[in-house]
Design a protein around this ligand. Structure first.
Ligand code: INI
Length: 152
């Protein structure tokens, strides 16, 4: 029996794109800070990372698709927060489906770090508050999946 598992150690010569939505920027900026701090802690150099800002979460999948050939891993960050209309459901559904479509191609790690929350408080708790930082979690997942894909 063989067992494969990725490690939380950066592989050299890899390029990582972080695609981040500007909508709810006070939240997404904190997700980005968490992701960058964690990538640095795991040994990724600043030169290996590009940050691409898009207007909102809806723009993330198309941008990720466009960038995919040029990077070894993509981290998507956004914050979709429920409002009074069904708009939330369309934006959250579209970004989740779009990112999942790219991820399931299995070509490169495509990491879903988009918060979908009922309130700003819920989102803040997950962007460096008491529930951690999902941007940081997304960065760890990217490194683990890069390492795993190299082995498979
Ligand atoms: N975009 C977000 O990233 N988060 C939201 O909560 C949000 N809401 O609630 O409207 C949002 N809307 C903008 C959307 O992502 C697109 O930028 C816009 O529809 C233009 O395509």
């Amino acid at each position: 029996m063989s067992t494969y598992e990725g490690q939380w150690v950066a592989v050299s010569q890899t390029r990582i794109a972080i695609i981040v939505g500007r909508f709810n920027q006070e939240i997404t900026g904190s997700l980005l800070t968490g992701a960058l701090e964690t990538l640095t802690r795991l040994g990724v150099s600043q030169e290996a990372i590009d940050v691409i800002w898009v207007p909102g979460a809806f723009e993330i999948p198309g941008t990720a698709r466009r960038l995919m050939p040029r990077y070894d891993a993509l981290i998507t960050l956004g914050a979709v927060i429920r409002g009074e209309t069904p708009h939330f459901d369309y934006v959250a559904g579209a970004v989740a489906t779009g990112v999942a479509e790219l991820a399931r191609l299995g070509e490169k790690p495509v990491i879903f770090g988009v918060l979908t929350c009922n309130t700003t408080e819920e989102a803040a708790a997950r962007a460096g508050g008491k529930a951690g930082n999902k941007g940081s979690d997304a960065a760890i997942t990217a490194i683990e999946m890069l390492s795993l894909y190299q082995k498979l």
